[in-house]
Design a protein around this ligand. Sequence first.
Ligand SMILES: Nc1nc2c(ncn2[C@@H]2O[C@H](COP(=O)(O)OP(=O)(O)OP(=O)(O)O)[C@@H](O)[C@H]2O)c(=O)[nH]1
Length: 518
Amino acid sequence: MFGLHTYRARLVIYVGLLLAFLLGVLSFSYYSSRGVIRGEAERNVARVAQQIEGQMAREARDLLERVKMVRDNSSLVEYIHVVLWLGTDGGAVRELYQRQFGWLPVHRVVLLAPDGRPLLGGEHADLAARLSALNRGDPPDGHFYFRGARGLELVAYATVRYRSQVLGIAAITRAIDRAWLLAAREAGGGQLFLVEDGRIALGTGDASFTGLGFAPAGNAITLRDEGYLVRPIAFAASPAALPTLWFGLSDAELLRQLTEQRNVILGLAIAGSLGILLVGFMLLRNFSAPLTRLVGVMQAVSEGRFPEVGETSARDEFGYLLNRFSAMVASLREKQEEIRRVHTQLAEQATTDALTGFYNRRYLYELYPKLWSEALRSDQHLVVLLIDLDLFKQINDRHGHMAGDEVLRHFARALRDSCRVSDFVFRMGGEEFLVLNHGDLDGAQVQAEKIRAAVERVAVTHEKGSIRVTASIGVARAERVDGLNSLSAVLRRADTALYAAKQAGRNRVAVAEAPACA
Ligand SMILES: Nc1nc2c(ncn2[C@@H]2O[C@H](COP(=O)(O)OP(=O)(O)OP(=O)(O)O)[C@@H](O)[C@H]2O)c(=O)[nH]1
């Protein structure tokens, strides 16, 4: 019923295009996001490496603050001064340190006298040896990374003075161990590898990585069949001989991010599609259903029908339109019914006589040809009874025209009662009537006699007494030989018979003779 040009079809097309566009955009964004994710991952790796470097610098500063705190402790300094002055061993210093700084979260503590004698941490010969070199001069406080007997360590040191006199050097360390690596990894989520002599010495990953060869190419490396994007993290103020630290993000991690991205895109695609379909459905429901209803009614109206549209409770524009339209169609329906009624009335008036209710002469001329051709087809005859009231002029003259009319009405009733339902009765004009039916002359003559007798019995009560009336009737039969002039011929014969009845003294029936060649 509806083609591509309809609103509904267009809506379906638009929704389809919108869906295709959405899915296209999302697919494009998914595929382009792979490259974006890779680039983003590289930037991410570099950023995390930088973050860890920053974190290490902060840690170095913290450790330096702590060693300075130890160094600036006046009672400890005075103890050291006394111990050196007396030339005793560092037992008292060790005890005081333990009492005051035993809580510090550091791994090793070393305190060397100016002559290299250890006052604290004498057991850490490796660290003491490294510090001796610094101890000979008067270096500014600082830190360095150190690869000693305990592995890699961050060392912070400070020169201890008493009234401008150098009392030695104090150092504390923090181990760069697995716990440190795990804590440092918190920032980036990837893996940290501590590499020494081209092999992984320590890492945040699986223990099986320890000892694996580590030779990245183009910031990427494959470990145990898994690719990693890697970035070195520089140890500030450290000689090249130290282990190196690397941050790495695995392909699996990248894939996880990609999968997450894909799931987000898939979710968006499903939600977007459902949203579009829902909007399309709502549009169809809200617009198309009432539109289709309106179109259906319009079509019915254009075909001349005025169906019951019914009111809708919808308060929107379509509801308003539909209700107005419904009212319009209802009023058109009423108008149509009125027109039909008036038309029927007019048609009746055009074919009937107002006074008697019988058909008029005009209708006889309209009806007769049909009846005549039917009669010819079914091999039947048509007979006419031409009835004329006798001396009606006298009734009018004597009792007035109104009384004449009343007589006519009474006569009409008597005539109708004397006819069958299948008979056609016409008022030919004035006081002349005609009965037309199928049958033969004998039957018509009997009927004519019956009518005559019925008319004779009519008595119209009037102020001047009862008015009586009689009728003369001419009976004739339509003959095949009359051909196309059947009506005028049969009327002529009936009229002749009527004239004969009048001539014979009125109130009688006369039957016309058949034409010679019938
Ligand atoms: N009251 C009344 N009179 C009518 C009507 N139509 C015709 N007439 C009158 O009927 C009378 C008919 O008179 P005529 O034709 O002379 O015939 P008649 O007096 O019946 O005499 P015959 O036909 O010879 O018996 C006329 O005076 C008409 O005016 C009508 O509708 N109402």
